[in-house]
Design a protein around this ligand. Structure first.
Ligand SMILES: *Cc1c(COP(=O)(O)O)cnc(C)c1O
Length: 369
């Protein structure tokens, strides 16, 4: 069914774009690609995105939560999955049973994994080293001791070692080079002790695009697989395609006289006779309550007027006399010859494109096209 007949607002996800973007990353980096599909595939839908990424050549999937890993397994995605973040100790067993690899950085986690492994089969571990993000991970000085602890226990498998860059999306900053150097030193120490695991990985999308020397054995790409730019300073090559278009439609169109207040607080008042359209999307759908927004109607940039409500916004239709009730409205993406990018909305909302797509609400159905 045409989603316009069924939904107030919906997001169309072009899975062929995701497949092609992953293919570009495989070719560009020459190493294994992990498709990062945490946060419901950055709002695009984790399961269909993971399947498209695997079709495009992704060898691994990355997630941030236990529930996200289990969702992929329940959808019969059988390839390797790494839980990049913290696993609550009581859930290590569930991850082992689902054959999900987990990140560890302290002896207690390693002991807990070994105890779980004893009871329920091998647990695969990736040792996380904090080389400068100051978030999760062990200091580089502890890498060897932790690697020894892991290797001493037959119930656990030392599968990988990894780190995460803090400023890879600012290519002119020297931080990434310093972090890669510290990570290389850790790898050298492990190698010298005969303990270097099969998979060393560090690069997010920005580093995968700009730092070939930091690709190691695998890159962990999120934002780029969705065709979104890591940052203004680190744009994607033009061959990447954005995958998501957020659509809605005109629920009502009315002609108002001059001097009529529009929406809560009457923050907008008509200056003359104006055509105002009501669009069924609001902040409860993840469309932020920020003034001065723009949507596309009939391929033309059309201003949002008055306050964003929980379930509705109002648009000023004087520039689109051919718009009628039922006309398609694009909030994010292309319509006709124009496009509103996630980056443009991010600027308006004083945030980043990542948060724009992750914030699209649960009640907005994702339609794969
Ligand atoms: C989210 C995440 C990534 C992916 O980052 P992008 O900038 O979206 O490519 C990679 N590694 C870790 C540890 C992450 O948390």
């Amino acid at each position: 069914m045409n989603p316009q007949h069924a939904y107030s607002s919906w997001a169309e996800v072009d899975l062929s774009a995701i497949e092609a973007n992953v293919g570009l990353l495989v070719k560009h980096t020459g190493v294994r690609v992990m498709a990062v599909v945490k946060a419901d595939g950055y709002g695009h839908g984790a399961v269909p995105v993971a399947k498209a990424a695997i079709r495009g050549g992704a060898a691994w999937c990355g997630v941030a939560r236990v529930e996200e890993a289990l969702e992929l397994r329940q959808a019969r995605i059988e390839g390797p999955i790494l839980l990049l973040g913290w696993v609550p100790p009581s859930r290590i067993r569930a991850m082992a049973e689902a054959q999900v690899s987990i990140a560890v950085w302290d002896p207690d986690q390693i002991q807990a994994a070994a105890a779980t492994g004893q009871a329920g089969g091998p647990v695969r571990l990736h040792l996380k080293i904090d080389t400068g993000m100051s978030r999760l991970g062990a200091p580089p000085e502890q890498a060897l001791e932790l690697a020894r602890l892991i290797s001493a226990r037959p119930e656990i498998v030392f599968e990988g070692v990894f780190t995460h860059f803090a400023r890879a999306d600012e290519p002119s900053q020297p931080t990434t080079v310093a972090q890669a150097k510290a990570f290389n030193a850790v790898l050298e120490t492990l190698r010298a002790a005969g303990l270097r695991p099969e998979l060393a990985h560090a690069a997010n999308s920005a580093a995968a695009l700009t730092r070939p020397e930091a690709a190691f054995d695998m890159v962990r790409t999120g934002i780029a697989i969705y065709g979104l730019h890591p940052s203004n300073a680190c744009p994607l090559p033009s061959s990447f395609r954005s995958a998501l278009t957020w659509k809605t439609q005109l629920a009502q169109v009315k002609t108002l006289p001059a001097g009529r207040g529009v929406s809560y607080g009457h923050a907008y008042v008509t200056r003359e006779v104006e055509r105002i359209g009501t669009v069924p999307v609001g902040y409860a759908d993840g469309f932020r309550r920020v003034e001065g927004g723009i949507v596309l109607v009939k391929g033309r940039r059309t201003p949002i007027v008055g306050r964003v409500c929980m379930d509705q916004i109002l648009v000023q239709l004087d520039g689109v006399p051919d718009a009628v009730e039922g006309s398609e409205v694009v909030l994010l993406g292309q319509q006709g010859g124009d496009k509103i990018s996630a980056e443009e909305i991010a600027q308006r909302w004083a945030t980043i494109n990542y948060e724009v797509v992750c914030g699209i609400g649960r009640r907005v159905p994702r339609i794969n096209v």
